[in-house]
Design a protein around this ligand. Structure first.
Ligand code: SAM
Length: 192
């Protein structure tokens, strides 16, 4: 399983705020690109991906959306924003994870809690960062969770929280999050 946490301070947390201009929805356009890179190759869907999205924008933050490869998941390359919108509409007010579609769930949970819970499960949590250890020099075990930021990276409080987490790099340049995911998948494909 290839597992990711994508954090966005600005991504909106209400389905009503996702309209035609995805840039105005706290850069939901970037979220769509990231999901495209995480789940799709040219002609097929990767069947070993679990993707956590943490949206910390207005008005109902935090929202934790989980997408997990599944043949029945109604994800289409052309309407990723539509899927997210439908998930946000159904976000529960009370505690607990709600499955909206096969492979697509949502809950109110913070970035810190999601990260700590995955760590407690024994996962190898790593922060994607240009200054980290080169992915080509690291032996991945297959239980990694890769944390990645949006166009702004991480705000101060999140950076502080992430200080103790090991960093891993896919190369010397600062890349778009979607590019990082494509390269990382490629590196892991090669290691496998
Ligand atoms: C567009 S970058 C963020 C740029 C932001 N201005 C900053 O400096 O943090 C989006 C995310 O991609 C990841 N990233 C970018 N370049 C990387 C690299 N060379 N190796 C690993 N991760 C990278 C980081 O997690 C970053 O938060």
């Amino acid at each position: 399983m290839r597992e990711f946490i994508y954090y966005s301070k600005s991504a909106v947390t209400s389905g009503n705020l996702i309209k035609d201009d995805l840039m105005k929805a706290g850069r939901m356009d970037i979220v769509c690109n990231v999901i495209l890179s995480a789940f799709f190759t040219s002609n097929t869907m990767r069947m070993d991906v679990k993707f956590h999205l943490i949206f910390d924008g207005p008005p109902n933050a935090p929202q934790h959306l989980i997408l997990e490869s599944n043949e029945k998941m109604p994800i289409s390359k052309k309407n990723i924003a539509g899927l997210i919108k439908r998930m946000l509409y159904k976000s529960p007010n009370k505690e607990g994870l709600l499955e909206i579609f096969p492979g697509a769930s949502i809950e109110r949970k913070s970035f810190e809690k999601v990260t700590k819970d995955l760590d407690k499960e024994g996962k190898n949590v790593l922060l994607l960062d240009g200054k980290g250890i080169d992915v080509r020099d690291s032996k991945l075990k297959g239980n990694e969770v890769f944390i990645i930021g949006d166009h702004e990276g991480f705000p101060k409080d999140k950076k502080k929280f992430l200080k103790k987490i090991d960093k891993i790099s896919v190369g010397p340049k600062i890349l778009f999050a979607s590019q990082v995911i494509t390269i990382l998948h490629n590196e892991v494909d090669r290691q496998e």
